[in-house]
Design a protein around this ligand. Structure first.
Ligand code: OAD
Length: 229
């Protein structure tokens, strides 16, 4: 066993105090998904959409990585084989825990994207609509979030890693959003073993060789210990 691909979702950050999308009290905070997470919403009500992500970016200051993020960072440090942690999360808890071999496929709260020139840059502050892009001068900076209907980041790298993977592990994701929900099938197709660690069986749990039900803060450190010790 040498090459591992891990997919994480909102469930891995739940114990840090960040609400999941589809659970009770979900992150949408009364907003319909279409009102805050589509290109059409950004075009029709930029003030609402920018404010929504400003609040979520600001909330990151009040949360810290939990035992699951720390365990994956340990795996990243100590696993001698290939590893890629693909996260659907736009928080920065994986990297704050110390993970390096990772990729944010749905973008990052602490980044801005220029809709005119495509440059992405670190962004810590509030981001009002029509903020000027320092690279090209267009008043076109937007949150660096992959909206529904847009292409996730890093798909070529992810698909290449899935093709080489010996093990695919899905952690804290409902399996409701594609293409991430299809990674398990891609990994299986290429011969990888598959494991799900989630509070409850996900929409795609039948695709996994093994599903362990429970909190990520307990299941992930136990699994990492099993892999390394
Ligand atoms: P969801 O909110 O859809 O699913 C979270 C999953 O985590 C559920 O299956 C929960 O049962 C599980 N869960 C909750 N607490 C947990 C815990 N403590 N330990 C382990 N599992 C737990 O979130 P995602 O699957 O990440 O996209 O959602 C996928 C995408 O939908 C997001 O990336 C976002 C959203 O639209 C964009 O923003 C582009």
């Amino acid at each position: 066993m040498s090459s591992i691909v891990i997919l994480t979702g909102a469930g891995i950050s739940a114990e840090s105090g960040i609400a999941t999308f589809r659970g009770p009290g979900g992150l949408w905070e009364g907003h319909r998904v279409e009102d805050v997470c589509t290109p059409e919403a950004l075009a029709s009500d930029p003030v609402l959409v920018h404010r929504f992500y400003d609040l979520r970016r600001a909330a990151l200051a009040g949360v810290v990585p939990n035992a699951a993020h720390l365990a994956l960072a340990r795996l990243d440090r100590e696993w001698a084989g290939e590893l890629l942690i693909v996260t659907q999360n736009v928080d920065d808890l994986h990297e704050r825990a110390g993970a390096r071999r990772m990729l944010h496929m749905h973008g990052e709260l602490r980044a801005a994207l220029c809709a005119a020139c495509g440059e992405r840059r670190a962004w810590e502050e509030a981001l009002p609509p029509a903020t000027v892009c320092p690279a090209c001068g267009a008043a076109a900076l937007r949150p660096d979030i992959v909206f529904f209907g847009e292409m996730p980041y890093g798909m070529e790298r992810i698909e290449a890693a899935l093709a080489r993977a010996d093990l695919f592990v899905s952690i804290g994701t409902s399996g409701a959003v594609y293409p991430a929900a299809g990674f398990v099938q891609m990994a299986r197709h290429h011969g990888a073993a598959t494991l799900e660690l989630n509070l409850e069986p996900s929409a795609g749990s039948a695709w996994f060789d093994e599903t362990r039900a429970g909190a990520a803060g307990t299941l992930v450190p136990a699994w990492v210990g099993q892999m390394l010790d």
